[in-house]
Design a protein around this ligand. Structure first.
Ligand SMILES: [Zn+2]
Ligand SMILES: [Zn+2]
Length: 274
């Protein structure tokens, strides 16, 4: 695929600049996180999971919806924190009046503690984030059928016999496939074990050095690299993508700081979104 990254076997494409625009697409799962801008490729994503309603994360919702309608694509599904659901409907209604169009879509409120099936064996569960407005991150789980735990290592003939007796020899297992932090203070992630186990973790890291103190980063509801360094041993992810870089830092600068600060064992699994 053209400009998509391949991280832990998962295709990822996106743009994320703190305060300006964020959209992260997972083309293989047909979904996107946030829609602060709507590049041509993102129009194709039929499900968008919104973390919060800051304009740089939600400002292009209407253009995503209208462009899909124009191109005859099926109505998209927008998953949003329950706290913003009514305002999202109001926004869409205002655009429908202004645009003289229907803008068909489904707005689905989903809060931490709830889950929703996305099809293809995928389930999404939000978790509470700590930001300046109501916000949540998401973990995408993959459900897979596997051999029942007590039958693992058993003689194949015994398993076949159990099946013959009409016993269920398989059971469902869930694996955290992708975690997306959204905008948050890092302590929100400390409460979510699955975030650190997900095959791919997409983590906002907005500030990288003393130009912005940890204290100030926290006040803004964002992650500072110092806080990541302190948690280096918690990352069990196969791949970690840092997003949402402040424009104070060029990509080269941020890469150089990350090279210096992260232990090699973690650094080799980390990519920075360009
Ligand atoms: Zn943001
Ligand atoms: Zn924000």
């Amino acid at each position: 695929m053209d400009d998509a990254l391949e991280l832990a076997g998962i295709a990822v494409r996106g743009v994320s600049e703190a305060g300006v625009r964020t959209v992260i697409e997972l083309p293989g799962l047909d979904l996107a996180f946030d829609m602060g801008t709507c590049p041509r490729s993102a129009v194709r994503r039929s499900t968008v999971l919104f973390t919060h309603a800051h304009v740089d994360h939600m400002g292009a919702l209407a253009s995503h919806c209208a462009t899909r309608a124009l191109m005859g694509m099926k109505p998209p599904t927008y998953i949003v924190p329950r706290a913003v659901e009514a305002d999202v409907h109001d926004l869409l209604d205002a655009w429908r009046r202004l645009d003289f169009s229907e803008m068909p879509c489904r707005v689905v409120p989903l809060d931490p503690g709830e889950s929703r099936t996305l099809g293809r064996g995928l389930v999404v569960r939000p978790f509470r984030a700590v930001h300046r407005v109501p916000a949540q991150g998401y973990v995408i789980w993959r459900r897979r059928s596997r051999l029942r735990a007590d039958l693992v290592g058993q003689d194949p003939a015994e398993i076949a016999a159990a099946r013959q007796r009409g016993e269920a020899v398989s059971e469902w297992a869930e694996e955290p496939l992708v975690a997306f932090s959204g905008d948050t203070r890092i302590d929100a992630l400390d409460r979510e074990p699955s975030v650190w186990e997900a095959r791919l973790l997409i983590l906002e890291v907005t500030f990288f050095d003393g130009r912005v103190s940890v204290e100030r980063a926290r006040g803004k509801g964002h992650v500072h690299l110092d806080e990541v360094v302190r948690r280096a041993r918690r990352f069990h992810n196969q791949a970690v993508l840092f997003t949402h870089r402040s424009l104070r830092y060029s990509l080269e600068e941020a890469e150089a700081i990350v090279d210096r600060r992260l232990p090699a064992e973690l650094r080799e699994r980390v990519r920075l979104l360009a």
